[in-house]
Design a protein around this ligand. Structure first.
Ligand code: NIG
Ligand code: FE
Length: 394
């Protein structure tokens, strides 16, 4: 195994926090270290600390004052699809509202695509993500919505990540429009059986016009029986029962969290459930942004993710989401980067990524900038200069 010493790190954003997930200066646990060095050994971080105390290594790389941070952990994406919906986006920007009905358009295109086409498309989107600093990502199905098309969507996704999520309960597809209960039986029966071997997680879109709380509960319960851990899309388009359901079930994460009342925030506060915020959606649908400040001040754990999908948000860029979270959602740059690294890791129940400390995976990003603050201060600028994944330079 070769060890590599990274020197000349102007700012090392470790991703470490206090017990409550807040940034800290506590000695030995600093969220941000200056004049630091870091040693990679094999696929792991072996050492980090003040540059003056750095141990020797086989190789040395001088980063000339640039910032280093954990690779982004994008805990929410829908990359397995075909086609695009730019006309729908343009219509929205001309005043139409987002209603999620366009999902069926993408379902038709996805069913018509070959496995090879779907795989090539996911590969292209994953390459975009990698170029923008994402080193761990989750991918959902949900544009197949038949036994065959959900199973093959997940088989495609699995080629790119271990964090695969079965989202058969995305919407009721057109052919089952008259029998939503029958569709839920299909999802919890044969579709789940075909999908489960390829999935780690199960998800449902708990929203008016998609699935109600009882249906979402049934889907998650069926998934749990075959070993899939649950997560939920909730409170995206309006108030609803999803966030409280997620907290009641003790899910690892509940995603969107745009329309929250006090009871939702109380439920999140008292749970270990991560609230995953997806501000690219509000950007792309012209909806109000989630109130991250309220959640953080209540002590709720927050993650930031892309939600990359062809309808509500077609960005693969976590840095863009960080900038939005800072500008529009009351997060400090440090909180936003924490949410996109350590927060994303927590939202995927991963303790090997999202934080730089000895023993963790050597997944890290070097910025063409002296500080993580530049991710929000210089929005839209491609600041990711180098990336290591599992100790290997990209
Ligand atoms: O997370 N909310 C449901 N699903 C996606 C949007 C899907 C689409 O519009 O194609 C989301 O926003
Ligand atoms: Fe989503």
């Amino acid at each position: 195994m070769t060890s590599t010493l990274l020197t000349g790190i102007g700012e090392l954003f470790t991703g470490r926090t206090d017990e409550a997930g807040r940034p800290t200066d506590a000695p030995g646990a600093e969220t941000v270290l200056r004049d630091a060095a870091l040693v990679l050994d094999g696929d792991r971080v072996a050492w980090l600390g003040p540059a003056a105390e750095a141990p020797a290594a086989d190789l040395a790389v001088d980063l000339a004052g640039r910032a280093v941070l954990p690779g982004f952990v994008d805990s929410h994406s829908h990359l397995v699809f075909a086609g695009e919906r730019s006309a729908e986006f343009a219509a929205r920007m001309a005043g139409e509202s987002y209603a999620a009905g366009g999902i069926r358009t993408t379902v038709a295109a996805t069913r018509a695509a070959s496995d090879e086409q779907l795989t090539a498309h996911v590969a292209a989107l994953v390459a975009e993500m990698r170029a923008q600093g994402t080193t761990t990502l989750e991918i959902k199905s949900g544009y197949g919505l038949s036994v065959h098309d959900e199973a093959r969507s997940l088989a495609v996704a699995r080629q790119f990540t271990t964090e695969t999520t079965f989202l058969g309960a995305h919407v009721v597809p057109a052919e089952h429009a008259e029998d939503p209960a029958g569709y839920v039986d299909l999802v919890t029966g044969p579709m789940l059986a075909a999908a489960a071997p390829h999935a780690r997680w199960i998800d449902a879109f708990c929203e008016r016009g998609a699935f109600d709380a009882d249906q979402a509960r049934a889907v998650l319960a069926a998934g749990a029986e075959v070993g899939l851990a649950g997560r939920l899309h909730a409170n995206q388009l309006g108030p609803g029962p999803g966030v409280q359901l997620a907290c009641e079930l003790g899910l690892v994460a509940v995603d969107h969290c745009t329309y929250l009342d006090d009871a939702d925030v109380d439920a999140l506060r008292g749970s270990g459930t991560v609230a995953t915020l997806l501000p690219g959606v509000e950007f792309s649908t012209r909806q109000p942004y989630p109130d991250a400040r309220r959640l953080l001040d209540a002590g709720v754990r927050v993650a930031l993710a892309s939600d990359c999908n062809p309808g509500s948000c077609f960005t693969s860029s976590v840095p863009f989401c960080v900038a939005l979270a800072v500008r529009e959602m009351g997060m400090t740059p440090t909180e936003a980067v924490l949410a996109a690294t350590a927060g994303g890791a927590r939202a995927l129940a991963r303790d090997d990524v999202g934080v730089l400390e000895p023993g963790r995976r050597a997944d890290l990003v070097v910025l063409e900038a002296p500080s993580h603050v530049h991710l929000a201060y210089r929005p839209g600028v491609p600041l990711v200069r180098r990336t290591w994944i599992g100790g290997r330079p990209l």
